[in-house]
Design a protein around this ligand. Structure first.
Ligand SMILES: Cc1cc2nc3c(=O)[nH]c(=O)nc-3n(C[C@H](O)[C@H](O)[C@H](O)COP(=O)(O)OP(=O)(O)OC[C@H]3O[C@@H](n4cnc5c(N)ncnc54)[C@H](O)[C@@H]3O)c2cc1C
Length: 388
């Protein structure tokens, strides 16, 4: 690793998920000294459908295809397992399925190859600023106290982040979607079709994404405080895929979702801190798309930290501004759409998803070609006034 003259890294990245590994890679590639800290053993399994826009390739100078499990050519929507709508994804904008244990480890490998140092089994417990440096108080793999220091810190510690809120980054009271995910190893009938089912889950949807040797299946609830009875939903969904109703290992979790514009960089005593990915509450509140914003924010945070480390004090504000412009504005519409759609999902399905133009729009949203802002006003008006 290249260290600054102090012998310490320039930047410490907390968390080696998609967001942290991306930030570590881009910082290391700039020639910065980077230390990436991960509390878990690694590679680690991560409950996630793994659906990701292929357009994310543009963020990296290396080929992402070794991390791609399946290429999706078609998306099928259903209402109570019937009334299907199929969207063919255009050939130039495919949607990928990645396995997170593979993608995240691959990004970490690239970050290490670019010069980042990586330590596993290290839990960052607190941050303290002293002079122009951040001190990270950690618990090491054997439970021992450890301390690291750097000029800047990227918080990439995921949906359960406590560090972001403690330092005034992101929303003070984050909002969460409830999720249950199931991994099933089996033969897959249509290996390039991703399915979304809207009628079985109150206030949310369930999905079945094909991957190598099986499916990633899940249930998500996006509004309200009553999580879906996921077992009851899965008992209906799994047989429709030719699976026993109780197949697979189930893991429930809370996913932090976008809930308003907030600064993603620290100010005053918190200068030199940025937050990325789920820790920054960037995940789409309508469809739970969190990999794309994790990768975009990791990349943009690294781009802003470069000039900041070189002495431009305003550079980190540019990171918050760009994320608001390139992601937050679309998510503000996604949140409004979720609030209307998931309250009247039957109407939403009939008037929103079953429209002749909807499959193409949905394909464009999933591929990252369009944002919610391009369609939301018309969709919301249609749902509120229940007009075609
Ligand atoms: C069931 C489910 C299905 C989903 N499906 C999709 C999908 O199909 N497509 C999509 O785009 N998104 C999906 N998402 C969302 C997506 O998984 C997340 O948005 C994404 O993982 C965010 O990446 P991240 O790097 O910010 O966080 P994470 O991947 O959670 O990484 C955070 C890392 O930080 C580490 N860490 C945490 N605290 C500390 C600490 N104190 N010290 C050191 N390390 C720490 C953790 O161990 C972890 O490795 C889904 C989410 C769920 C729950």
């Amino acid at each position: 690793m290249s260290h600054s003259a102090s012998g310490h890294p320039d930047v410490i990245v907390v968390g080696a998920g998609a967001a942290g590994a991306t930030a570590a890679f881009h910082l290391a590639q700039q020639g910065r000294g980077v230390l990436l800290l991960e509390r878990g053993p690694y590679p680690r399994a991560k409950p996630c459908g793994g659906g990701m826009a292929a357009s994310m390739q543009a963020l990296f100078p290396f080929d992402l295809s070794p991390a791609v499990d399946a290429v999706i050519e078609r998306v099928r929507f259903t209402w109570c397992l019937g009334d299907p709508v199929t969207a063919e994804l255009p050939g130039d904008a495919p949607f990928w399925i990645v396995r997170r244990s593979v993608l995240d480890a691959y990004l970490v490998e690239q970050a290490r190859a670019a010069g980042a140092d990586f330590q596993v089994g290290v839990t960052v417990q607190a941050l303290r600023r002293s002079g122009d440096r951040w001190h990270l108080l950690c618990r090491g793999p054997g439970g021992e106290a450890q301390e690291f220091e750097a000029r800047a810190v990227v918080l990439a510690d995921g949906s359960g982040s406590e560090l972001a809120g403690r330092h005034g980054l992101g929303p003070a009271r984050p909002r969460f979607a409830d999720t249950v995910s199931v991994e099933v190893d089996c033969a897959v009938a249509e290996p390039s079709t991703a399915r979304f089912e809207f009628g079985l889950v109150r206030h949310g949807f369930c999905w079945a994404f094909p991957r190598q040797g099986g499916y990633s299946i899940g249930v998500g609830t996006f509004i309200g405080r009553d999580p879906a009875d996921a077992d009851a939903v899965l008992t209906q969904l799994l047989p429709s895929l030719g699976l026993p109703p109780d197949a697979g290992d189930r893991r429930s979790g809370q996913l932090r979702i976008w809930d308003g514009h907030h600064p993603l960089h620290g100010q005053g005593d918190n200068t030199g801190l940025v937050v990325v990915g789920d820790a920054a509450s960037l995940c789409d509140p309508f469809l739970a798309e969190g990999i794309r914003p994790a990768l975009i924010s990791g990349c943009r945070a690294a781009e802003a930290l470069g000039p900041w480390l070189d002495g431009d004090p305003a550079a980190l504000a540019d990171y918050s501004r760009r994320m608001r412009q390139d992601w937050g504005e679309s998510m503000a519409w996604g949140k409004r759409m979720a609030q209307v759609f998931y309250r009247v999902p039957r109407v939403g399905y009939q008037l929103g998803i079953k429209r002749p133009t909807a499959p193409q729009r949905i394909a464009q949203i999933l591929s990252g070609e369009m944002g919610y802002g391009d369609i939301a006003q018309r969709v919301i008006r249609r749902l509120l006034f229940q007009r075609r």
